[in-house]
Design a protein around this ligand. Structure first.
Ligand SMILES: [Zn+2]
Length: 137
């Protein structure tokens, strides 16, 4: 996935700079009507799309602006995900430090007497911590 993202970024950076404009060509005797994607600064035509495919032409015309934006959004999301993964690992370590490894012992009410937890919902925090760690409840 990262390699593909790098390839997408490289293609976007190598492409003609934005903005790209969408212009309608009414056609003539020798040319069918079409949409032309034109480089705004140079006026050069980059692509010609049949007039029935206006949605595709619109999509193509927005690619040079949309793809870098999407790549940036993805990179930001990945950065946030890495930070959250690190935070989860830190919190799991903290939970493990606080967790009593001794098993829970429940009375007839379902309260944990081993950890003095006098309610059933939520369950004893030591049980939930063991479940979080994938251990036996
Ligand atoms: Zn308990």
């Amino acid at each position: 996935m990262t390699d593909r993202l790098a390839q997408i970024k490289a293609r976007a950076e190598a492409a003609t700079s934005e903005p790209w404009l969408l212009q309608e060509d009414d056609g003539d005797t020798f040319r069918a009507p079409a949409w032309e994607i034109v480089h705004a600064q140079s006026g050069r035509m980059l692509a010609r799309v049949p007039d029935w495919a206006v949605s595709d032409a619109e999509f193509i015309a927005h690619v040079p602006a949309d793809v870098p934006w999407l790549v940036d959004q993805l990179e930001q999301a990945r950065s946030i995900a890495v930070g959250l993964e690190n935070e989860v690992a830190r919190l799991r370590g903290l939970v493990a430090d606080f967790m009593d490894p001794d098993p829970c012992h429940y009375d007839h009410h379902g309260y944990c007497q081993a950890h003095s937890w006098l309610q059933t919902d939520p369950a004893c925090p030591h049980r939930r911590a063991r479940e979080l760690e994938g251990g036996a409840a």
